[in-house]
Design a protein around this ligand. Structure first.
Ligand code: PCA
Length: 198
């Protein structure tokens, strides 16, 4: 049994993305009897979806957990829902959208099928601040969660998936004094706790 764990490269001029650091470090580990396949995704509206779907086809994991940075949030936030909408700043290749749909013939939204309540409760038990989020935004993280859930639904795959936003790591806070930040060690512990709930 394996879990596909994805993170993202740096974006919007930031020097690093903690999700890339975590995914690289957990890649190849076995947690709770599940082999972790760690993959880093580009921040590109036109490329990211096909890359993650290729990983799903290649590895046939039993669960897909995607991680993204939510700079400014101070806790781990498992996402409840992804919406069929793209908006926001230009991505790393300069693509920008203004409210267009991700997929024309798809529902307006998909709920996470990860055990987000249990994950949040377990994080709190470990004294790691956590709260369910009701918006994954309209940028790459939302697009990734939406596309994977749509793929699973339309192909009737026996696979759970969802998204977890994490706070910035200290490296990013060094150049931005107002940014709430966590140590990479604590972020990693939180991701292990999350995986333990699968
Ligand atoms: N966070 C962005 C995209 C990449 C990332 O780590 C987001 O929340 O959409």
């Amino acid at each position: 049994m394996s879990i596909l764990l994805t993170g993202f490269e740096a974006f919007l001029g930031m020097t690093s993305n903690p999700t890339e650091v975590i995914v690289r470090s957990l890649d190849g580990e076995t947690i709770n009897g599940k082999k972790i396949i760690g993959k880093v995704l580009p921040v590109d509206f036109k490329k990211t979806s096909s890359i993650i779907l290729e990983h799903i086809n290649d590895y046939q994991p039993s669960a897909v957990i995607s991680l993204g940075l939510a700079a400014g949030r101070n806790r781990i936030t498992p996402e409840r829902i992804a919406i069929n909408c793209m908006d926001g700043e230009p991505d790393n290749s300069g693509n920008q959208y203004d409210g267009q749909k991700i997929l024309e013939d798809a529902p307006d939204a998909y709920f996470s099928t990860l055990p987000i309540k249990n994950m949040t409760a377990k994080l709190l038990e470990h004294n790691l601040p956590a709260k369910i989020s009701n918006t994954a935004g309209t940028y790459l993280c939302n697009q990734t969660m939406f596309t994977v859930r749509h793929h699973i639904e339309t192909n009737k795959l026996d696979m759970i998936s969802g998204f977890v936003h994490i706070p910035a790591h200290h490296e990013l806070a060094l150049s931005n004094p107002k940014l709430p930040s966590w140590s990479v060690k604590d972020l990693e512990e939180a991701v292990r706790v999350i995986i333990g709930e699968i």
